[in-house]
Write a protein that binds this ligand. Structure first.
Ligand SMILES: [Zn+2]
Length: 473
């Protein structure tokens, strides 16, 4: 089951949209499905034209005046424009994120090059422009103007979908038979009645079959009282989830990393072979493809592992009755966390973790609040001193002032927990303001406890210099 969430104010009941997928359209009448095929190929072509337009020359706009010729009806034409606008919008935002990531990596590289801390063999990051998405498989996100779902009474089927076609006076009626697990999913367990199904439906063709996706809305109330104990969640690669009570869930290391390595090797070999064959004059269509099926599988696998890790965290009996605080990941913080992953994996997966946290909280009616992530991995949880050098290794946190030592992710998750309800921090407009605030708290800590008692004399000099430190990670 897929899912989507609509935003609601914190603490209020939230409406979530759940999808019931993989409902196969009955092939009782081959002629009907052939007519659907014909419609889909014209629709796909038109949608592609608008996707290209919205990704290159114009900003995505679902209300744009039609500008391409098509045998489709006006309603279908509008439907195609709207679907294309949605596709182009998400493509543009993913590309913008990846480009920002590249700019950040470049700035990082130049900074390190200037101060001579560049590790050997590190190359200058390069930007490769993204291709406009190509729609390969028929997918129709249809509103009720073009595809209607109707209940089938006195019939062996559950529904009919009524599809308006190229032949305007003859809509297609295609029967839908639900499997038991579809019926379960579409039945409200409290009332035992069929849920109200949303009017928009999705039709997908995979291999030779047509599949229908139905959606319904559900309202979930938040059960957690606002004063419930807070569990902070740090998001990362070595551990997908680290909580402030010292637990970890899921990891990119081990099996996942092995799979990624194998996939990369495979792609490299393929590219080499391609080049070789190209030189020999092999025709283009006979060259091995550059898109990687195993790569797609790997991404799905990483996402499943993330989902499992987040589920485990929420299911943990120790977390019952608690609320959660998690990071609002910025591009800068992602860059820090994801050195181990390649750019594509980074873009597609790291942000998936907070999304999953938010989704899990919503569907379970648990309170989860995102907090600012700036400096959460460099701030000392004890004395608030902020310095990149507090992280001698990726895994270790060791405060250069008070000596507080912890696993780096644990220290970060504790910071995140205490940022919940921290109004001063929330009011900060940018990273600089966050750093100034944290360092002023560090000053207060020093005055309160007298740092000279704690800090060996050798480190005093370090501390004095640190005020001028300009790192931003
Ligand atoms: Zn400290």
């Amino acid at each position: 089951m897929k899912k989507r969430k609509k935003r609601a104010k914190k603490g209020e009941p939230q409406t979530i949209t759940k999808a019931v997928t993989h409902i196969r359209l009955e092939a009782t009448n081959a002629v009907k499905l052939t007519a659907l095929d014909a419609l889909a190929s014209v629709y796909l072509e038109l949608t592609q034209q608008y996707v290209t337009l919205f990704c290159t020359d114009e900003l995505p706009n679902g209300f744009r005046a039609p500008c391409f010729l098509t045998p489709l009806s006006e309603r279908w034409h509008r439907n195609a424009i709207q679907q294309a606008a949605g596709i182009a919008k998400s493509w543009r935002s993913n590309r913008a994120n990846a480009y920002q990531g590249y700019l950040d990596a470049l700035a990082d590289y130049q900074e390190q090059k200037a101060d001579g801390t560049l590790e050997e063999g590190v190359k200058e990051p390069e930007w490769r422009e993204w291709n406009v998405p190509i729609l390969r498989q028929p997918c129709i996100q249809a509103n009720a103007n073009v595809v209607k779902l109707e209940e089938a009474e006195d019939s062996a089927f559950d529904y009919w979908i009524k599809v308006s076609t190229l032949d305007k006076s003859h809509p297609l009626l295609i029967p839908v038979k639900l499997a038991d697990y579809h019926i379960d999913a579409l039945t409200d367990p409290e009332t035992g009645k069929r849920r109200k199904i949303n009017s928009s439906v999705t039709l997908n063709k995979r291999d030779e079959d047509w599949w229908l996706t139905l959606t319904y809305d559900e309202t979930v109330a938040v059960q957690t009282p606002p004063d419930a104990p807070v569990i902070g969640i740090d998001v990362g690669i070595a551990n997908f989830v680290t909580t402030s009570d010292g637990k970890t869930y899921g990891s990119f290391n081990g099996r996942l990393r092995e799979r990624q390595k194998r996939d990369r090797e495979k792609r490299r070999r393929k590219a080499k072979l391609r080049k070789c064959l190209e030189k020999k004059g092999t025709p283009k269509e006979k060259l091995p493809s550059t898109t990687s099926r195993t790569g797609q599988r790997l991404i799905r696998y990483v996402r499943q592992s993330i989902n499992q890790a987040v589920n485990l965290c929420f299911d943990d009996p120790n977390h019952e009755g608690c609320q959660f605080a998690y990071e609002q990941l910025s591009v800068a913080s992602m860059r820090h966390k994801a050195r181990a992953m390649n750019a594509y994996m980074r873009a597609s997966n790291l942000a998936h973790i907070p999304d999953q946290i938010s989704w899990n909280a919503t569907k379970r009616g648990v309170l989860a609040t995102h907090v600012k992530s700036a400096y959460s991995s460099q701030e000392c949880h004890v004395c608030h001193y902020v310095d990149r050098k507090n992280r001698p290794h990726q895994q270790t946190f060791c405060c250069r002032v008070c000596g507080h030592t912890a696993h780096a992710d644990s220290n970060a998750s504790e910071n995140i927990a205490s940022r919940l309800g921290d109004l001063e921090l929330r009011a900060c407009q940018n990273r600089q303001e966050v750093k100034i605030l944290l360092m002023s708290r560090h000053e207060q800590w020093k005055q309160k406890f007298g740092y000279s008692v704690v800090v060996p004399p050798v480190q005093l000099g370090l501390w004095a210099r640190s005020e001028a430190s300009t790192d931003v990670g």
